[in-house]
Design a binder for this molecule. Structure first.
Ligand code: BT5
Length: 308
């Protein structure tokens, strides 16, 4: 958020504070104070003005300034009520040189999953894409998908949902899909030029709007959640994890429901069936097929019942 607007908000939050006091405190004109207050009101912030001055009464549940307000990371937020795909927008921004930025939307009209599959994204969800430029080789990129899954699972557990990670990139509750993650990148053989981690959470949406009965939403599981708080927790956890990447694999192991299960994995070249025994940096699943231990780097994973 614009630094001045953030300071205005903080001052109003501990208000009431009069226009002239605010102007003096921030070293701006009274007209500028009034403009900031009006812009914030238009953005859905409820600001009361009484004889004693301005006070912040409430902040919107979702939106750009509301996510940025109090967010403990250096990410800027670009918010859209409706957009084709936050990943598509994030790729454009990445290509034009942006970094440390999050594109967030309430609704996507052309959301995408892996392999260009459709991702249903009705209004009320949390559809977001983080743009980064980490100094890593392309084959390390999966660790960022894992970090996204860990951060999202932690934020969802905080609202009381028993979320677990299915390798490589889904967050489930009782085997139903709550979250999908799509990581895209561009780079050369030895170094990434940009990375986009796209995360889609079925938050305050009806399950009738989702594509199949294997999908669920937070609304269905615990009722509507505060998307601002959830998004902030997710971004803060993601930021922390990617700053200390050693932490990601152990955290993933703890939150994953895949390890220890029998799985069937469809890779572009083969089908692997066996027991998922461990995960290795940067996100390789080790599957014991009985005959050998296979290291699987990518594919669609299905959890099997022991008898399957
Ligand atoms: C994924 O793909 O799970 C990655 C989804 C990434 C979505 C985010 S939202 C923000 C950003 N912007 C984008 O445009 N994308 C990212 P995959 O593993 O391929 O799963 C796709 C499959 O999940 C589909 O073929 C459907 O069967 C199912 N599906 C579609 N929409 C769903 C939803 N909202 N909830 C649960 N399952 C869904």
């Amino acid at each position: 958020m614009q630094e001045r607007r953030e300071r205005v908000l903080h001052a109003l939050a501990s208000g009431p504070i009069s226009g002239p006091e605010l102007a003096e405190k921030l070293d701006i004109s009274r007209a500028a104070v009034w403009k900031h207050v009006e812009t914030l009101r238009q953005g859905g912030f409820e600001i009361e003005s009484t004889g004693k001055g301005y006070s912040l009464i409430s902040i919107p549940e979702f939106g750009g300034p509301t996510i940025e307000f109090g967010l403990d990371t250096s990410y800027d937020v670009e918010y859209h009520d409706s957009i084709e795909s936050t990943n598509k927008r994030a790729r454009e921004l990445a290509t034009s040189g942006e970094s440390n930025l999050v594109v967030v939307a309430d609704e996507q009209t052309g959301g995408r999953g892996r392999l260009d599959r459709e991702w249903t994204s009705p209004s009320g969800g949390i559809w977001l894409s983080i743009v980064l430029r980490p100094a890593i080789p392309p084959h390390h990129a999966p660790i960022y998908t894992l970090a996204g899954a860990v951060a999202t699972t932690r934020a969802i557990r905080d609202v009381g949902v028993d979320a677990e990670i299915k390798w490589p990139n889904d967050v489930l509750c009782d085997e139903q899909k709550l979250v999908g993650i799509l990581t895209e990148m561009e780079g050369e053989a030895d170094r990434i030029s940009w990375l986009v981690v796209g995360i889609g959470i079925n938050a305050n949406v009806d399950t009738e709007e989702l594509p199949n009965e294997r999908a669920t939403s937070l609304r269905e599981l615990v009722g509507d959640v505060n998307r601002r708080e959830l998004t902030q927790k997710l971004l803060e956890a993601f930021h922390e994890l990617t700053a200390d990447r050693e932490e990601i694999i152990p955290a993933w192991r703890e939150l994953s429901s895949t390890l220890g299960k029998r799985v069937r994995i469809e890779t572009p070249s083969e089908t692997i069936v066996g027991k998922a025994v461990d995960i290795e940096f940067p996100g390789t699943l080790l599957v014991d097929t009985g005959a050998e231990t296979k290291a699987v780097t990518a594919g669609d994973c299905e959890h099997l019942r022991p008898a399957d």
